[in-house]
Design a protein around this ligand. Structure first.
Ligand code: PEP
Ligand code: MN
Length: 338
């Protein structure tokens, strides 16, 4: 349920409503618009609340039920687009944020070299997996904590915030010591114990769409994190399984404007995993910016032919630099910046 306050409602009226919600055992989220404040109620059985409880209170204009099964994630829940600040990088604002880096952190030298190249080309956030969810148990599984240390060193040298994947609730504390953003991969989008645990952390979460997940399932997964109290969530289209075999996955460009309409959360696009083919990454990145993505995540490797994972979809630093230039006019055309 959301409670819409009257235009110019007094602060003490707003506080009284928040206190009443608290007494009933629910959490609140305040969204202060230009004229009005909206108070969102967060809780498992908030649908049982009697709207009259609030409608009689001073300063309250009306209450509204959020009709979608996801509540906090819904556009109805809050006025403004959610903007997530990661060490000064605003995600979900006017600037389209570019996250780039190798699929896996392979060594200290390679992540540091890649980080400098990304910084120089104008990328804003460094990605790199240290705990890798590989389809085969025989494939490289990541460097683990050693990889996290190298990522942190790359951040120190370049100032780029870092994002890395977390696969289990047990790893959250360790990864949280190093990373600025937790990535939840496509194979874990419906790992509900992981999502619940991430609802309790005070760091942003980058949540990918499941391998065969619907947009609604993605938003329900986001709801697990949001309802736990962590409002810093972004959702990412990364391609889905279809009958098409020409590409690794089918990048669902529809998902970008659909998500922008359904949710206030920043929407990301991952054309590398979405296509699996480096030659398609620039075109799909351009399409994603044109479609309204707030974030583009791409894989960049200094020597893709020798990459330990996902080399076939990784850009060289030089091609990444060129891509940055290609994206700028597209961003400008949709009134964004890069
Ligand atoms: C990745 O980002 O390297 C990754 C494993 O992505 P996904 O979970 O989308 O497959
Ligand atoms: Mn990858």
């Amino acid at each position: 349920m959301i409670i819409v306050m009257k235009q110019g409602a007094a602060q003490n009226n707003i506080e009284a409503v928040v206190k009443r919600v608290d007494e009933l055992g629910y959490k609140t989220h305040l969204s202060r618009g230009e004229a009005r404040t909206i108070i969102g109620i967060i809780g498992a059985d908030e649908h049982k609340i009697d709207s009259a409880t609030f409608e009689v209170m001073d300063g309250v204009e009306k209450t509204m039920r959020v009709m979608q099964p996801y509540k906090v994630a819904s556009r109805d829940f809050t006025h403004q687009d959610t903007v997530i600040d990661v060490n000064g990088v605003q995600i979900g604002g006017k600037k389209v944020v570019i996250m780039a880096g190798p699929c896996s952190v392979e060594s200290r030298a390679m992540i540091i070299e890649t980080a400098h190249a990304i910084k120089e080309a104008g990328g804003s956030i460094l990605r790199g997996g240290a705990f890798k969810p590989r389809s085969s148990p025989y494939s490289f599984q990541g460097l683990g904590e050693e990889g996290l240390r190298y990522l942190a060193e790359a951040r120190e040298q370049t100032g780029l915030p870092v994002i890395t994947e977390v696969m289990t609730p047990e790893d959250i504390d360790l990864i949280g010591e190093y990373t600025d953003i937790f990535q939840v991969g496509a194979r874990n989008t419906q790992n509900y114990s992981l999502l619940k645990a991430l609802g309790k952390v005070n760091k942003p979460v980058f949540l990918k769409r499941g391998l065969s997940g619907t947009i609604q399932e993605l938003l329900m997964s986001a709801e697990y994190i949001l309802s736990g109290g962590n409002m810093q969530v972004m959702v990412c289209e990364r391609g889905i399984r279809t009958y098409e075999t020409a590409t690794r996955n089918t990048f669902d460009v529809n998902a970008i404007p659909v998500l922008k309409e359904l949710t206030h959360l920043p929407v990301a696009a991952d054309p590398a995993h979405g296509t699996g083919m480096v030659k398609l990454v620039p075109a799909i990145s351009r399409a994603a910016v044109a479609a309204g993505a707030d974030v583009i995540m791409v894989e960049v490797h200094p020597d893709p032919a020798r990459a330990w994972s996902d080399g076939a979809q990784s850009l060289t630093p030089a091609r990444f630099k060129q891509l940055m230039e290609e994206l700028r006019p597209i961003a400008a055309a949709v009134r964004r910046e890069i």
